[in-house]
Design a protein around this ligand. Structure first.
Ligand code: ARG
Length: 284
């Protein structure tokens, strides 16, 4: 082929799909009382100092990014003594104006469940008080018409059945096996109604087979990107807010027509959370 032939470039460009952003409504919680004083995941070490004002500044950048993207960002008041409340994704799962409340595994976070349910009730959502242990959108991810649901470390698989009835949608159980990826949103990123990214080694063989079968074109992230919680990202179908350090994930997103936007939440990583953990989607 001649050196100035444009054909291969055009062919490559033609395969990049056009993505469309959808306006989002989300709930966030300022990390005003963020610190690490207990250890409920391998990322947390109470001996390592945290800087609450830096956490607030980094979180503010995420907030500003969402506002800049045109999202409707709602806020819940942080509560002193609940340092993990910043991880709003765990506050529930909201769909069709119904808010399925959280029931936390660890005693340290249990008061967050009622706190988030009070907010949902006060803001016009139909609150569904959970019977089963579950940590909200940390373990439940809507992909099109189905809900992917994690278990193994936090949410009980009985909560998957409970949510399926409430949401009137199929819930697909996926078993997590690596304690560093203890919530589903640390091992799977939802990009749009039919596309995901994930870390294969985070799942047992049966769950991995389900993911491979349902999402043959999924982005497979590197262990390196996953190790800074790079998958813990939030997409509106075009813009994907990710950890700034997840460089290979950024490259793969761009190659597929998405618009990755990097933010640095290094301080909140000390609690074992990233972008998605700080973001709860509100679906009216
Ligand atoms: N320290 C929190 C915990 O262990 C972090 C939660 C992260 N949230 C998430 N959606 N992955 O529960």
């Amino acid at each position: 082929m001649s050196i100035n032939s444009p054909a291969p470039v055009l062919a490559a460009e033609a395969t990049v799909p056009v993505r469309t952003a959808t306006k989002r409504t989300i709930l966030m919680c300022k990390p005003q009382f963020f610190t690490v004083v207990y250890r409920i995941n391998p990322w947390m070490d109470p001996a390592v100092p945290t800087d609450t004002s830096l956490a607030v500044a980094q979180w503010q950048t995420l907030y500003d990014t969402y506002v800049g993207l045109g999202y409707d960002v709602q806020l819940i008041e942080p509560i002193d003594g609940l340092p993990d409340m910043v991880y709003a994704a765990n506050g529930g799962f909201v769909i069709d104006n119904q808010a399925y409340g959280a029931k936390f595994t660890h005693v340290q976070r249990q008061p967050e469940g009622p706190a988030y349910m009070r907010w949902f009730g006060a803001n016009g959502f139909d609150v569904r008080v959970p019977v089963e242990t579950n940590e909200g959108e940390g373990d439940f991810l809507l992909v099109g018409d189905v809900i992917l649901a994690g278990t193994g470390f936090r949410s009980d698989s009985n909560s998957h059945a409970e949510l399926s009835v409430i949401a009137g949608r199929p819930v697909i159980t996926l078993r997590l096996i690596n304690p560093s990826f203890y919530h589903l949103d640390t091992a799977v990123a939802v990009l749009d109604d039919s596309n995901i990214a994930y870390l294969p080694s985070a799942f047992d063989a049966e769950s991995l087979a389900i993911l491979q079968e349902r999402y043959p074109d999924a982005i497979i992230v590197t262990e390196e990107d996953a190790s800074i919680l790079g998958l813990n990202s939030y997409s509106d179908g075009y813009n994907v807010v990710i950890a700034a350090r997840a460089k290979d994930f950024e490259r793969q997103l761009r190659a597929r027509g998405y618009n990755p936007i990097g933010v640095d939440l290094s301080e909140l990583l000390l609690g074992g959370g990233g972008v998605k953990c700080c973001t709860l989607e509100l679906r009216r």
